[in-house]
Design a protein. Structure first.
Length: 128
């Protein structure tokens, strides 16, 4: 039987929509999409780089709460609302995890839950 642990950050949508910030399943930690939202307020409006940096911080806090480190990150997925944000988010990724070199997928989407959000980031980590 697989043992699972759920990690909560207290974010408004976790309770409203019934999900966890992260799930630890065996050696794997899967972190839900993170945005630059703190206390229900979108931070750094209009700045994709700063939103990405904050989203990475929130995601990596969940990884650390699971007992892993950023060096254990094996996958990053990011979702952008505009093509013009790829470089800003890629720069943030390089600064935060460039030394780790995780697998990565970037996707343009039509929009996120709040029109002020420019990027949403998911990470997966693995305890090897």
């Amino acid at each position: 039987m697989r043992e699972e642990t759920r990690i909560f950050s207290g974010g408004v949508w976790e309770a409203k929509y019934g999900y966890a910030r992260a799930v630890v399943a065996g050696p794997r930690v899967v972190v839900s999409g993170c945005t630059a939202t703190v206390d229900s307020e979108v931070q750094h409006e209009g700045d994709a780089y700063l939103q990405a940096m904050m989203a990475f911080e929130i995601a990596l806090d969940a990884v650390e709460a699971a007992g892993l480190t950023r060096e254990d990150v094996v996958m990053v997925r990011y979702y952008l609302v505009d093509d013009s944000h790829y470089d800003a988010v890629g720069t943030a990724l390089s600064e935060v995890l460039g030394h780790v070199r995780p697998a990565c997928t970037g996707v343009k989407v039509a929009g996120l839950i709040d029109k002020r959000m420019l990027v949403e980031i998911e990470v997966e980590a693995f305890r090897g």
